[in-house]
Design a protein around this ligand. Structure first.
Ligand SMILES: Cc1cc2nc3c(=O)[nH]c(=O)nc-3n(C[C@H](O)[C@H](O)[C@H](O)COP(=O)(O)O)c2cc1C
Length: 392
């Protein structure tokens, strides 16, 4: 069926309100978490408040850029943190600006693990991971001065050190709530620290965090349990990308891994007597360079639907959606909400543009990660500059 027919057939669409646990969403167009490399000394400032508030709509859901839960978590330039008081205070202003526009705002907690370089690590130490194996040479670490170097050789965490890393996530979640965020998204995707534990192509441990699916899922589940017990399940969400091999994160049975994680999320929800806010799944078509050309759309839809059917809660799908394909996925029951990345970078009023079926601004990849606080960040034009693109 064409998208118009699906809407006519009474199926939900991008503009059907949605109850996500305690949060009432007025539409289903979500801002995907996106690193924009604009923080100064790991601290967000006025430009961030403007950037996020431009993309906020009443009853919309925004997810922040990946934000460091500790001083070992970063591997990219100008990433903000949420582990010091100064960072928490700075985030408060950003969150206030978003709340003033009526949006719900989740903070994505991101530990890159081995996708780092010793220049980002305290005292120039080795990045931490599930493994001592470095990332392949094909992918390079981007240093603060703009140059590229190999990722540094990581150090596998000792078993006894893992509870401390879990504790960092817990504290960062508490800090996020103190900063006013409505919840947190635990970044368990894209080959970063948690994914380095989940995937058998990376995890070569022989302790209780390696080997079986049970063991490989243990770190993620311990992080979630710690965070849920601190701030409540309804404010916690998780992102996974089982089928996505970015940053060398391969697995011999991606679908089996996705289903294993979901089985444990369902159990955790039963244990805590409350659902998580949502599960965010990246479709396999996303790559570091953009969209894969040879993705079989039908296969991909089937895969997301299998995960959606297995999960007892809200599912957000991400990766390569247009307004039309997002509409279709929701109507076909493949996802409850759709997150948009690149289109939201270049269209601060993406929600309004989708609603009006208006044309979209093209994004400029060259300015995705620059330090300019305006160009490519807050200067993309609104459809209607006179009203600042605000709907109501
Ligand atoms: C500039 C940029 C930065 C990104 N940073 C993050 C990030 O910090 N955390 C994350 O989970 N995904 C990140 N992603 C992936 C996006 O959340 C999203 O899944 C991806 O862009 C695919 O969606 P799209 O096709 O709508 O752009 C990033 C993507 C882009 C383009």
């Amino acid at each position: 069926m064409a998208p118009e027919d699906l809407v006519q057939a009474g199926r939900p669409n991008l503009f059907t309100p949605y109850k996500m646990g305690k949060f009432n969403l007025s539409h289903r167009v979500v801002l995907a978490p996106m690193t924009r490399s604009r923080a100064v000394n790991e601290i967000p400032f006025e430009a961030h408040a403007l950037y996020y508030s431009q993309r906020a709509t009443p009853g919309g859901l925004l997810i922040s850029e990946g934000t460091s839960p500790s001083n070992t978590a970063s591997g990219y330039p100008r990433v903000p943190g949420i582990y010091t008081e100064e960072q928490v205070e700075a985030w408060k202003k950003v969150v206030d600006a978003v709340h003033a526009k009526g949006s719900i705002f989740f903070c994505q907690l991101w530990h890159v693990g081995r996708a780092s370089h010793h220049v980002y690590q305290p005292n120039g130490r080795s990045p931490i991971s599930s493994t001592n194996k470095p990332l392949s040479d094909e992918v390079g670490a981007w240093l603060p001065d703009g140059s590229i170097d190999k990722f540094s050789k990581p150090r596998a965490l000792q078993t006894y050190e893992i509870p401390q890393v879990v504790q960092h996530y817990r504290q960062a979640a508490l800090n996020s709530i103190r900063a006013g965020f409505d919840g947190v998204e635990i970044h368990g995707a894209h080959g970063y620290l948690i994914d380095q534990f989940l995937k058998d192509g990376v995890n070569d441990r022989v302790d209780e965090y390696g080997g079986s699916l049970e063991n490989r899922c243990r770190f993620l589940i311990q992080v979630l349990e710690a965070v849920v017990s601190a701030i409540g399940a309804e404010r916690v969400s998780v992102r996974i990308s089982p089928v996505h091999d970015i940053n060398d994160a391969t697995d011999s049975d991606p679908l089996g891994l996705g289903l294993a994680v979901i089985e444990r999320l369902n159990k955790l929800q039963l244990k805590f007597g409350s659902k998580l806010a949502y599960l965010h799944v990246t479709r396999p078509r996303l790559t570091a360079e953009g969209a894969k050309q040879n993705v079989n759309e039908e296969e991909e839809a089937k895969l997301i639907k299998t995960l959606k059917n297995a999960y007892d809660g809200t599912l957000i799908a991400s990766g390569g959606f247009t307004g039309e394909t997002g509409q279709k996925s929701i109507a076909n029951g493949e996802a409850d909400l759709i997150s948009y990345g690149r289109l939201f970078i270049s269209n601060p009023d993406l929600v309004l543009r989708f609603k009006q079926n208006a044309s979209l601004n093209k994004y400029d990849r060259q300015t995705f990660y620059t330090k300019d606080p305006v160009v490519g960040y807050t200067d993309y034009p609104f459809l209607n500059q006179a009203t600042d693109g605000i709907e109501e």
